[in-house]
Ligand binder design. Structure first.
Ligand code: 6PG
Length: 233
């Protein structure tokens, strides 16, 4: 089920996303003594990541994962790890060793396998044998992509792998992404989208599952679409 949560501006949307992530973390820690959160890349979530540490009751015991990563070194301006290092990790309450980065500097197939192995070892699996993230934080592209799952990409059909390398239309092209089985298995999905450029994609996500809008394929999960007024249909 996809629920829309509209906020007056990007700052309010970032605060709402940070609040929801923190609530999901607290629920997981209370229920299972651990919390596993995958983070979105791109530019939108930076402010939410800056606001997040102060909202965490037990900031030291959260494992942070990535929904996707660009195949670049961790200090590259395009690196999603660098985005998290500059925002979430800027707060010393977050232990850097709890941030499980994708080794974007390595050859993509090997980096994808290594990340999948680390994820499977650390995150308890559900019935289907798929690791169950407590919270999956995602962004939304203007074409409806999420993580690095783009319209028409064969990665959308993958059911027998947790992580795959892709060649994307959004630069940088070489990326590594969690697959739909993992994202769909998350206990909660939070999609954060702001700005008028995302309004059409938001509308398509709300219209129901459509492979042309990959983020809409998460409709069976517990999804909250956090948007500002400009991105709201
Ligand atoms: C990435 C992201 C991607 C992003 C959307 C939105 O690595 O590019 O994971 O899915 O969330 O493209 O990007 P913006 O937040 O920059 O609009």
């Amino acid at each position: 089920m996809i629920q829309l949560s509209v906020h007056p501006d990007p700052e309010a949307a970032a605060m709402a996303a940070a609040d929801r992530i923190a609530a999901g973390v607290a629920e997981a820690q209370s229920a299972r003594g651990a919390a596993h959160v995958s983070l979105a890349g791109g530019t939108t979530p930076r402010r939410a990541y800056e606001l997040l540490p102060a909202r965490l009751v037990d900031a030291a015991h959260v494992d942070w994962w990535f929904g996707d990563e660009r195949c670049v070194p961790p200090d590259d301006p395009e690196s999603n790890y660098r985005l998290v290092a500059e925002s979430l990790l800027a707060d010393t309450a977050i232990p850097p060793e709890r941030v499980h980065r994708v080794h974007g500097e390595d050859p993509p197939p090997g980096a994808a396998s290594a990340y999948a192995e680390e994820l499977a070892l650390a995150v308890p699996a559900g019935e289907g044998g798929v690791p169950v993230l407590d919270v999956a934080v995602l962004g939304l592209g203007e074409d409806g992509h999420t993580a690095s799952l783009f319209p028409g990409d064969p990665a959308l059909e993958v059911t027998d792998a947790l992580v795959v390398p892709v060649v994307a239309v959004k630069p940088p092209p070489n990326r590594i992404t969690l697959t739909l089985p993992v994202l769909r298995s998350a206990r909660e999905v939070i999609i954060l989208a702001t700005g008028a450029g995302k309004r059409d994609a938001v509308s398509r996500v709300l219209a129901g599952p459509d492979p042309a809008t990959p983020a809409s394929l998460l409709a069976d999960a517990d999804v909250t679409l956090v948007v500002d007024g400009e991105a709201s249909p």
